[in-house]
Design a binder for this molecule. Structure first.
Ligand code: NAD
Ligand code: DAU
Length: 353
């Protein structure tokens, strides 16, 4: 079995669902269920014996040590993190705790477990750390896309905390030989994304008739990847990645934010037309994010060449599926918006040991 952390969040939940669609290998899913963790994302697995959910903190060494000992996973895949740049600007402390201290404690528990393994189990064990392209900083117009040798120049408390975690992961390989692999991926979009991130926020705000807030001039560029393609890259890295290596993951889909917002509006105009007018009219330019990185772009040649990975979706097919998913799942959207998913959580966990 494998141990997945953060598997009730956006990418982690997609990973867990896709994994169990394609394999009978069991998953232990460790997630603290912060505001970003939503058990409704994995509600379909409630009666699935291959999936064990554990509510807990990656920084809880005793718990993680116990999970390693009890379940003897062949790998750990670390998705758990505080992941939203704007929140890191308002309250960076949580990012330091989870992304740095939490990853450190996970590495320590993983190292102790791995040291106790023998033979093939020890040789085959993997610690996969899921990271971001934001650790590389911001690109100027015309500069080549980030490859794995690009220097680290993080600009937000979020990206600085992820950079620190990447450095710790690297050091645990270099110093202790722990078989770690880090992936650095570009912006994801798709089902189950919490509506604080651009694509999800624009869809749910538009459906509610609310303004679509575009930071600054809207010309910041991100490199967009459909979440299930990120998940397939992580599976491929687990299968064939080389310990100690890092792999950049991206879809070669560089687009300015304003184009993303217009695309969402155009799709909604076609799929859920308004009686009068267009969703485009909701677009509102607002004050920019402090320290806003101008451009990210990923050079994914290494994972394409060495591991034969490539995305299945184009931006056009992926964004169409995404908008359609939000239209098809109004209950998920309204529970997230009203906060009902949290109330349900408290009710569900009240009185449990
Ligand atoms: P998310 O915020 O949607 O989910 C994070 C999950 O981690 C939540 O379920 C949350 O409850 C859980 N969590 C937070 N702190 C925890 C802790 N201390 N212990 C256990 N669980 C905890 O994030 P996401 O967008 O799914 O991102 C997942 C990972 O992928 C993150 O490491 C992020 O840095 C990375 N990443 C994200 C993107 C993107 O575009 N979203 C792109 C590249 C890399
Ligand atoms: O690049 C990978 C990263 O992508 C991940 O590591 C992060 O976890 C993930 O949150 C994402 O970071 P961004 O800051 O790029 O994502 P976000 O969706 O917050 O913003 C995308 C772009 O859209 C960014 O340039 C800011 C802009 N934006 C965002 C919001 C929420 C707006 O213009 N308006 C908004 O309301």
């Amino acid at each position: 079995m494998i141990l997945v952390t953060g598997g009730a969040g956006f990418i982690g939940a997609n990973f867990v669902l896709d994994w169990l669609n394609q394999s009978d290998e069991a998953i232990i899913n460790l997630d603290l269920l912060t505001y970003a963790g939503n058990l409704e994302n994995i509600a379909g697995l409630a009666a699935d014996a291959r999936h064990t959910f554990v509510r807990g903190d990656i920084g809880d060494s005793a718990l993680v040590t116990e999970l390693f000992a009890r379940f003897q996973p062949r790998a750990i895949i670390n998705f758990a993190a505080e992941s939203h740049v704007d929140r890191s600007i308002h309250s960076p402390e949580d990012f330091i705790q989870t992304n740095i201290v939490g990853t450190f404690r996970l590495l320590e528990a993983g190292r102790a477990y791995w040291n106790g393994l023998n033979g093939k189990a020890k040789q085959n064990f993997r610690f996969i750390h899921v990271s971001t392209d934001e650790v590389y900083g911001s690109l100027g117009k015309g500069e080549p896309a980030f490859d794995e040798t690009h220097c680290y120049e993080p600009n937000s408390p979020y990206s600085a905390s992820k950079a620190a975690s990447d450095h710790l992961v690297r050091a645990y390989h270099h110093t202790y030989g722990l078989p770690v692999i880090t992936t650095n991926c570009s912006n994801n979009y798709g089902p189950y994304q919490f509506p604080e991130k651009l694509v999800a926020l624009m869809i749910v705000n538009a459906l509610a008739g609310k303004p679509l807030p575009v930071y600054g001039d809207g010309q910041q560029i991100r490199d967009w990847l459909y979440v299930k393609d990120h998940c397939s890259a992580v599976r491929r890295v687990l299968e064939a990645g080389v310990p100690g290596e890092t792999y950049n993951v991206g879809g070669r889909n560089e687009k300015p934010n304003i184009d993303i917002v217009h695309t969402v509006c155009t799709l909604l105009d076609a799929l859920r037309p308004l009686i009068i007018g267009s969703y485009h009219a909701l677009i509102t330019f607002v004050t920019d994010r402090p320290g806003h990185d101008r451009r990210y772009a990923i050079d994914a040649s290494k994972i394409e060449r060495d591991l034969g990975w490539k995305p299945a979706e184009t931006f056009e097919t992926g964004i169409h599926k995404t908008v359609q998913w939000y239209l098809d799942n109004p209950a998920w959207v309204s529970n997230v918006q009203s906060g009902a998913y949290r109330t349900w959580l408290e009710k569900n966990y009240e009185g449990r040991s």
